[in-house]
Design a binder for this molecule. Structure first.
Ligand SMILES: C[S@@+](CC[C@H](N)C(=O)[O-])C[C@H]1O[C@@H](n2cnc3c(N)ncnc32)[C@H](O)[C@@H]1O
Length: 346
């Protein structure tokens, strides 16, 4: 492992010190499970390569010396001006270089901005936030920069759309709305999908909870009827539109619902042979309690937080499920975060 020149100052990475990094990530998952009193086999961490992160939120500041762009330093609002990055995909890093060279003339001295970038198959989906109104002059100045963008939003308004940003899940194309959630790396997403498809293998009716754009729902629909539930209506609309035009899929239905406040109850859950859930870091405590009271045979649980995953695993086990092998996936390269996936059966 070669250390980045910014390691130690940039807040993006916390592990590049030559320690047994993958073992450390696996140990984090094991420790969280042990704290919750959950006994499970935890596999070796599935590695994801450097240069693989396809979405990021950058901080920008125009100083008298030029444009600073990068991530904040640890526990600070100081921007570490990015000269290299081991984590970003090469096109995403090249975008940083291009922004530095070209936005210097667009931003005024003292001005700050935030930029969300997502690499799509048709170009970047960019969203800029700045304390400035969008004027025709500013639109013209940003458009003139000729960023490799499919779409640019400025404070939530579409400033430019050359093409619809497009992502594909196992060959099924989806046109994401602005600021959509996408797994951090394509490689990590592939491992999660492969595991979820294996855990739910043979199921004919599946509910995909916290479905996002349909990362799992759409490939699952090649062999099962899928009901996708999510609170983001724009993500659900993109998922539904993708299902309508894709060929060879079984019926896909969608439901906008806040699964923290109104989880699917046991009666609703019992309509499915298998349930997939992939909640945000807070986990899915309310939904896990309903699953524990249900008769659903198989649950595939994807999580980006070891502590809430362990808490919810405990609830499922207390409800009669057996936990299968837990797979840590190193999606958040060189950070403290870890993704994991496991199956639960009854
Ligand atoms: C970790 S993402 C997973 C998305 C998708 N499964 C994927 O693999 O891309 C979590 C998803 O949960 C959704 N979400 C967050 N809070 C929610 C809530 N209270 N109820 C329903 N969905 C929620 C987010 O909009 C997001 O799409």
């Amino acid at each position: 492992m070669s250390a980045c020149r910014h390691f130690g100052s940039c807040g993006g990475c916390t592990h590049q010190d030559g320690s047994d990094y993958h073992a450390l990530k696996r140990a984090t998952v094991m420790a969280a499970l042990a704290r919750a009193g959950v006994e499970a086999q935890v596999e070796e961490t599935r590695a994801v390569g450097e240069g693989s992160r396809r979405r990021a939120a950058f901080k920008l500041a125009r100083t008298n010396a030029g444009l600073e762009i990068g991530f904040h330093a640890a526990r600070s609002h100081q921007i570490v001006d990015m000269g290299e990055c081991l984590v970003l995909t090469p096109p995403l890093f090249a975008l940083v270089e291009k922004l530095r060279a070209t936005l210097t003339g667009v931003m005024k001295e003292g001005e700050k901005a935030e930029l969300h970038a997502l690499e799509s198959e048709t170009g970047f989906d960019l969203s800029i936030r700045m304390e400035r109104k969008l004027t025709p002059a500013l639109t013209a100045a940003i458009a003139a920069v000729k960023l490799p963008a499919a779409r640019i939003l400025f404070n939530g308004e579409i400033l430019l759309e050359n093409a619809s940003p497009r992502v594909s899940f196992d060959g099924i194309a989806v046109l994401p709305p602005p600021m959509a959630f996408l797994q951090a790396t394509a490689e990590g997403e592939g491992v999660l999908r492969e595991k979820v498809l294996a855990i739910t293998g043979g199921a004919k009716k599946v509910s995909d909870l916290f479905s996002g754009l349909g990362t799992v729902s759409l490939p699952l629909a090649r062999r099962a009827k899928v009901h996708a539930v999510e609170q983001d209506k724009d993500a659900l609309a993109a998922l539904a539109a993708a299902a309508r035009v894709a060929t060879g899929l079984k019926p896909v239905t969608t439901e906008k619902r806040d699964l923290f406040k109104l989880p699917l109850d046991a009666l609703e859950l019992n309509a499915y042979d298998a349930v997939v859930m992939d909640p945000p870091r807070a986990g899915a405590e309310a939904q896990a309690r309903m699953l524990a009271a249900s008769k659903v045979k198989r649950v595939a649980y994807v999580s980006c937080d070891a502590a809430t995953f362990a808490r919810d695993a405990r609830i499922l086990i207390d409800g009669g499920y057996r936990i299968g092998v837990v797979t840590p996936v190193d999606q958040f390269l060189y950070s403290n975060h870890i993704e994991m996936v496991a199956g639960f059966t009854r």
